[in-house]
Design a protein around this ligand. Sequence first.
Ligand code: MTE
Ligand code: LUZ
Ligand code: MOS
Length: 774
Amino acid sequence: MSTTVIGTSRPHESAQLHVTGRAPYIDDLPEVAGTLHGALGLSPVAHGRLVALDLDRVRAMPGVVAVLSAADIPGVNDCGPIVHDDPILAEGTVNWRGQPMFLVVARTRGEARRAAALAAQVATIEPLQAVLDPLEAHRLQQYVVPPMHLQRGDAAAAIAAAPHRLEGRFSLGGQEQFYLEGQIAYALPQENDGLLVHSSTQHPTEMQHVVAHALGLAAHQVQVQCRRMGGGFGGKESQSALFAACAALAAHRLQCPVKLRPDRDDDFLITGRRHGFEFRYTVGHDEAGRLLGAEVEMVSNAGASADLSAPVMTRALCHFDNAYWLPAVDLRGYCARTNTQSNTAFRGFGGPQGALAVEVILDEVARRLGLDALAVRRANFYGTEDRNITPYGQTVEDNILAPLVDELAARGRHDARRAEIAAFNATSPVLKKGLALTPVKFGISFNVAHFNQAGALVHVYTDGSVLVNHGGTEMGQGLNTKVAQVVAHELGLPLERVRVSATDTHKVANTSATAASTGTDLNGKAAQDAARQIRDRLAAFVAARWQVAPEAVQFAGGQVTAGTQALAFTELVAQAYAARIQLWSDGFYATPGLHWDRERLQGKPFFYFAYGAALSEVIVDTLTGEWRLLRADVLHDVGASLNPALDIGQVEGAFVQGMGWLTTEELRWQPMDGSRAAGLLLTHAPSTYKIPTANDIPLEPGALDVRLFGHRNPADSIHRSKAVGEPPLLLPFSVFLAIRDAVSAAGGHRVDPPLRAPATGEAILDALAAVQRG
Ligand code: MTE
Ligand code: LUZ
Ligand code: MOS
């Protein structure tokens, strides 16, 4: 069978459309006549009792057709994905500054926005005590879900018996998804109380459920479609629901099409993002820097409701080990309830937070011992037999980190550059260079076992062209391209013969979110299953004619062959149709072998691990706190790549996105100081929230050098590939730790730099001041 479609670089299925501006996003869909536009009226305070809303004043505004509030929701006023603590429109209390209280529907978007802007004037709110700081919430024991505990061995005893002991704290900020296409939903009433909702969402099925519950409809009355998102990054896993529900509520009630597209500032104020974490740790280690025991307290800023905070914390706890065998751990996770936007999924889903903590700890251990940080990392790596079980009980089977890191360290001349940088720093009083090499191990599968399933539908038409539909969503990551490659391969067709259509709850039912990097693993296998069934039917049909065994029939290059007999695929399909053979099929996949005890945090939550490592060099200006990435070398494991071009794109994108998180992207809320802005997210637009740009990658051509580690996945994944979406977000830990190394150099490596993340210019100057004080 031809294998040329699998493992070859193919452009993203919509690349041409993306770059020419012809890829329709929801706001580009032609508007049906009579379409009305929504805007949300937002809470002007961080916490309070919502006493009254004088909506008649809003209704009197020009162009306003209707103003709806919680009382107008006929079904359940909730869009919480797990815990039902997330009202669509505020009811009784407001819990963050920016929480939607009412929905204005008007003839134009401008009119809707002008009316919604009256929110602060029409709401009567009795202020309640607001808590913005997660550590303050932790002190008050204010959590969105019960605390979590992951334990192995007796960490306290191991620390007490260890030759060295280290205690510290680390503060890690959150991150805005900053998808280029913001949240949006467009709802259209259909016959007999049905609804069609175009939603920019990673989770069409969840949108279907939320809309149906809110309106008191059955799931089969609600059709949710998503052709593509202009990025999701986790921000549209659960939090697209509020917008879908509001657009649907208005459309259903008014029996008019309604579109809801908040502008960027409102999107920032309404929706949550990556959880910021506060860590407190005590570890015991030996002379080689091996961790013997670790006690860690993780406090995440969950915001005003539970949303996905519990599984995010689970993933954080299950990634504190990163690449390292930790004999005794006592890890506690607290999801602090604060009066900020409710935080949610973001690429890595808590994994990056948990893993960065251990990397910072190892960096500190190495500095205290005067050892090379890479040597300390290697000393802690997972190994064989007695050193290969994670704290949550899963065996690390295909541990390829040692050879992967060796290859990268050699390619990037790690040891030589360490010496070169030390020599540079010795003669450079103002500019200091830093270097760091950090590894990644990331578990692949939803940590909620039953989400690991997918369905697909493959149609072969009588002209031999193929249409695929599956439960995953396309957000730029290239899922549809990879699924099309899988189907083309099964049927032995050129890729051009296969077209993937919009995700649609009326085609494939009961889908999971496209998340946890599992899109291709799950939907690729489901589509393969569907395509195989069609191929098997065609093979049986032609084998009978040709008097050969069905297994002898090959599908490749648009031809169907057995020995010397051959037929074009299109010809075979036409004949099979005439013989009344079913030319379409569904397909299904469920990841095998997963089990998980949610109480004890033990089991096998992951089908396999993806690995990687990055080596980054930075230069820091110790007078201004400015810095640049000079060079980054990356070696990342995607198993047997389905499409190297797409995979390298994912790794590069994740690297830069993670670098932004750890360096420039700072979130700030105005403290509860009695000022007019109290509780407001101050960094709610690109003017104040700085994401990386093309200018932030190294200047020298080729200085961001991403390569794939060619190693087939030993787990039976789709064509032995590995998921790539999230794991590379952890690679730029090396950038953060290289900055830390440069700051440390400014103090002659005598003091551990108290560098917080993000390492903004201010944070770097603060850390420099501390190391220079000595
Ligand atoms: N890549 C692009 N271009 N846009 C995105 O929104 N989301 C990331 C990652 N890569 C994202 C992306 C996240 S958070 C996940 S979980 C995966 O893609 C989801 O897609 P996959 O499972 O198909 O890799
Ligand atoms: N678990 C996980 C989840 O590992 N990744 C996810 O994106 C997710 N989403 C919802 C619930 N659990
Ligand atoms: Mo990705 S955070 O799992 O959507």
